[in-house]
Design a protein around this ligand. Structure first.
Ligand code: NAD
Length: 382
């Protein structure tokens, strides 16, 4: 399937790294409104540049546009693509305002086009292994989830030195103004809504805990947020995002018969640990060494498949396959089906993420308006 990329910044290099694993995807060309960035990217990756976004949209070979622009540009870029008859894979979120995300989904539906959104890590071997464990009843009825996405004090890190292989600096100002929850909550939320279906109701607290991030005239978004989520199926989850609390990317799912845990939500091949409930559970949880010495501690579960990618996320060896979602969408277009993450599911996640990041706009307590049909086990890509 022929596709084109709009936005040749920091993350576009990660997509290019991953593209080699997807021979079914043919990159027709790329576009960036920054001419220097466009030139550096096309030279580095030896790919063609379009003369303008209009030229890209006029290319009838292109069926799918990957929108890798900054979040506040997502709406305009995706809308133009849909109006030109292209299917859209959007980096997260679909849009930075809920009514605009809704407009995109309705526009796609009216035109018979598909739109979906990153992240696509729900297609990872780790996520699918957790789904299978839940589906197989390994922890009995799941009831409570603790999900963390703390990235450490990013403002105090040497982020000016984070430069992608084609020379794009990590967009610190944009990241700090858009907010870490809008950037990151979707990773946990796509998994949780895959496993448990839609969120019914949520509460959120969000705040700027560190106003001075060392950049002049910054308008920082909340850099800390915690949401409590009540799923229709009865599961309760607490999700925290920050770029201040020390690094913690754990996901823990507690059920009547055991616990599933991972340490690295951003790693497609992160080991999955399963603890089955037994009479020593409380001792193992209190004294992990006891669990290790007795062999009663959490066990590493074999993943459903050998992970295609895994690791610490060094350049050239992504821990994530950024193109898996584009490939999934391309397959849906080709077969006349729906992508794993439907537009309505992406809209649901966008609503939850926006409400978590901005309770001042969407309410401290919110009944989620945009629902979706939960995946059935047979629709799951495992
Ligand atoms: N930085 C990361 O590590 C990372 C990881 C995963 C996902 N993402 C997501 O990827 C997206 C892009 O992030 P990034 O880090 O690459 O940002 P970036 O600022 O490095 O790159 C964005 C690029 O898009 C271009 N652009 C913006 N608006 C445009 C428009 N209207 N038309 C054409 N080009 C336009 C900019 O000139 C820039 O080169 C965001 O949605 C972000 O949430 C980023």
């Amino acid at each position: 399937m022929n596709f084109a990329i709009v936005g040749c910044g920091f993350v576009a290099d990660l997509y290019m790294n991953a593209l080699v694993s997807h021979p079914e995807l043919k990159l027709s060309g790329v576009w960036d409104r920054d001419p220097q960035r466009l030139a550096a990217f096309t030279a580095h990756h030896n790919v063609s540049a379009y003369a303008s976004y209009q030229a890209l949209l006029a290319d009838t070979n292109v069926q799918l546009v990957a929108n890798l622009t900054n979040p506040r540009e997502h709406f305009a870029v995706s809308e133009a693509a849909l109006l030109s008859g292209k299917h859209v894979y959007s980096e997260k979120p679909l849009a930075t305002e809920l009514d605009r995300a809704q407009q995109l989904v309705e526009l796609a539906e009216r035109k018979g086009l598909l739109i979906t959104s990153a992240p696509c890590s729900v297609l990872s071997e780790t996520a699918q292994t957790i789904w299978k464990l839940l589906d197989d009843g390994q922890i009995g009825t799941p009831r409570l989830v603790y999900a963390e996405l703390d990235d450490g004090n990013v403002a105090a890190m040497d982020h000016a030195s984070w430069i992608s292989p084609s020379g794009a600096p990590w967009p610190a100002r944009d990241e700090f103004e858009v907010g870490c929850t809008l950037e990151h909550a979707g990773y946990h939320l796509t998994w949780l809504t895959a496993f448990f279906g839609p969120v019914q109701r949520m509460t959120s607290f969000a705040r700027v805990v560190q106003p001075d991030k060392g950049l002049p005239d910054l308008q920082p978004a909340a850099d800390y947020a915690t949401a409590c989520l009540a799923f229709h199926n009865g599961v309760t989850a607490r999700l925290t995002c920050s770029i201040y609390g020390s690094h913690d990317h754990r996901l823990r799912i507690f059920g009547d018969e055991g616990t599933i845990g991972i340490d690295r939500i951003w790693d497609y091949g992160a080991p999955v640990h399963l603890s089955k409930r037994h009479k020593w559970t409380h001792r193992v949880e209190k004294y992990p060494l006891f669990g290790t010495l007795t062999g009663l501690g959490p066990k590493k579960v074999p993943l459903v498949r050998k992970p295609a990618v895994s690791g610490i996320g060094l350049w050239g060896k992504n821990a994530m396959d950024f193109c898996r979602g584009i490939a999934d969408l391309a397959h849906a277009i080709y077969t006349g089906t729906q992508p794993t993450m439907t537009a309505r599911w992406a809209l649901h996640i966008t609503e939850v993420v926006l409400a978590m990041q901005s309770p001042d706009i969407y309410g401290d307590v919110r009944d989620i308006q945009h629902q979706f049909d939960p995946l059935k086990p047979e629709q799951w890509a495992r």
